[in-house]
Design a protein around this ligand. Structure first.
Ligand SMILES: Cc1ncc(COP(=O)(O)O)c(C=O)c1O
Length: 430
């Protein structure tokens, strides 16, 4: 006869578990802001309610339908089939390093040795590793105002102080070299140039880059120059000048990558180039190399595709730029037609940074407290997502918004029609 299992005694209710105390996070991480992705949270909430949001916030060419050339994809595939699936040297696959050196010789007529190149997981990792090994607590880093947000966040993360030099809106956002000169102090460790710049799309002439680098050169015993050239071949009317070509004597780290020109931001491939005429960057370079060792390596197959990208046909660059120029021309004209909006003309990258004249309405009554409220109200009302200008540095970015010009003109046209309707509806055109 089967045994009858004893009935379990009635369990006493479990005592409520005390909620564990929250462990402290770090101030340095919690202060990180990245406006470009922060605005995605309210956009996602709208999407969850069933709305379609027109996104002009992220500088990702593939999201707008741009595709890398087939030979890059084939090289990536072939590398995987050929079992190039292991870790590579932390500094980068020697084949890619050689291809980068060849490209620098070809495009910029400058020479680098293999030891002058570090391959990175996107140039974003380059910024991080560079500041991680150069910025000590209290050091100041000069950054263009406005500029790409990680410059600010990462300097702060490592205990440094970002100091913004002015770029001049009425001169299509050219750097104010005198302001730069005034702001260099005994604590300045690095001076950053982003050419073309994000978010303004400003392209700097050879003369301006030279003036800029000359100011840095006057202080080269205590500081170095960071030249972010990730949009170098993405220009419409002029040609970008690599900083090293006009200032070979200035200690400099050039940052570049494949996300923009080669249309593969998701492959996470970038590189940094060291120009160290006096050896002043040796410790910093060693710090970067050590940092690269603890993250082991960059994607092996992406690096092989990077070789194919640099050595193979470059036709897609002209095609992409022709498409972007059309969008730039359309956007500048249309934005400037909207009452309450005015924009300078970007000559590179794929952004416009219009001024929200409509924030300063007549009669003392403001429709919005600032650019962030404007952008969020525009999102909620018209379901178009842009990024508030203050997210690129409050001092020089406030009162603006960044618009990504990657989508084709009909989409941009819809976004700008909605912008016009939105401003009119708020009576904020004056
Ligand atoms: C000026 C600038 N530098 C660096 C990056 C980072 O690019 P990635 O990490 O994809 O190479 C970006 C991306 O938008 C950028 O605009």
């Amino acid at each position: 006869m089967a045994k009858v299992a004893p009935r379990p005694a009635k369990l006493a209710p479990k005592p409520a578990r005390a909620k564990p105390a929250m462990l402290a996070g770090t101030e340095r991480a919690l202060q990180i802001e990245y406006a470009i992705r922060d605005v995605v949270v309210p956009a996602k909430a709208l999407e969850a309610q069933g709305h379609t949001v027109l996104k002009l916030n992220v500088g990702d060419p593939s999201a707008a339908g741009f595709r890398p050339p087939a030979h890059m994809i084939e090289a990536l595939h072939k590398a995987a089939l050929d079992n190039v699936n292991g870790y590579t040297a932390s500094e980068g696959d020697p084949l890619l390093i050689d291809a980068i050196i060849r490209r620098e010789k070809r495009r910029n007529k400058v020479a680098y040795a293999p030891g002058d190149v570090n391959v990175t997981n996107g140039s974003g990792e380059g910024i991080q590793m560079l500041f991680g090994s150069s910025v000590n607590p209290g050091d100041e880093v000069l950054i263009p105002g406005p500029s790409y947000p990680p410059y600010d966040s990462l300097v702060k993360f490592f205990g440094g102080k970002p100091v913004h030099y002015r770029t001049i809106e009425s001169e299509d956002w050219q750097p104010d070299v005198e302001d730069l000169r005034r702001k260099i102090s005994k604590k300045t460790k690095a001076v950053c140039l982003i050419n073309p710049n994000n978010p303004t799309g400003a392209l700097y002439s050879r003369r301006v880059v030279k003036q800029f680098a000359d100011v840095v050169g006057e202080h080269s015993k205590q500081l170095f120059m960071v030249s972010d050239e990730i949009y170098d071949q993405m220009t419409f009317d002029g040609v970008q000048v690599a900083s090293k070509t006009v200032a070979p004597d200035v200690p400099m780290v050039t940052l570049n990558g494949f996300s923009k020109i080669y249309l593969v931001p998701g492959w996470r491939l970038g590189h940094m180039l060291w120009n160290d005429p006096t050896g002043s960057l040796e410790q910093i370079r060693l710090g970067v190399t050590k940092s690269s060792r603890v993250r082991l390596s960059v994607s092996s197959i992406a690096q092989r595709a990077g070789v194919a990208a640099l050595d193979g046909p470059q036709d897609h660059i002209a095609t992409t730029n022709a498409a972007l120029k059309k969008r730039r021309d359309f956007a500048v004209k249309r934005l400037n037609e909207i009452e309450g909006i005015s924009t300078a003309k970007p000559d590179g990258a794929f952004y416009a940074f219009p001024k929200l004249d409509c924030l300063a309405t007549k009669g003392g009554k403001k429709a919005w407290k600032g650019d962030k409220e404007f952008v969020l109200d525009f999102l909620n009302t018209e379901k178009v997502l842009c990024v508030h200008g203050s997210g690129f540095g409050a001092q020089y970015g406030s009162g603006h918004m960044r618009v990504v010009l990657l989508p084709d003109t009909p989409i941009l046209g819809t976004a700008f029609d909605r912008l016009e309707r939105f401003i009119r509806a708020r009576g904020a055109t004056a």
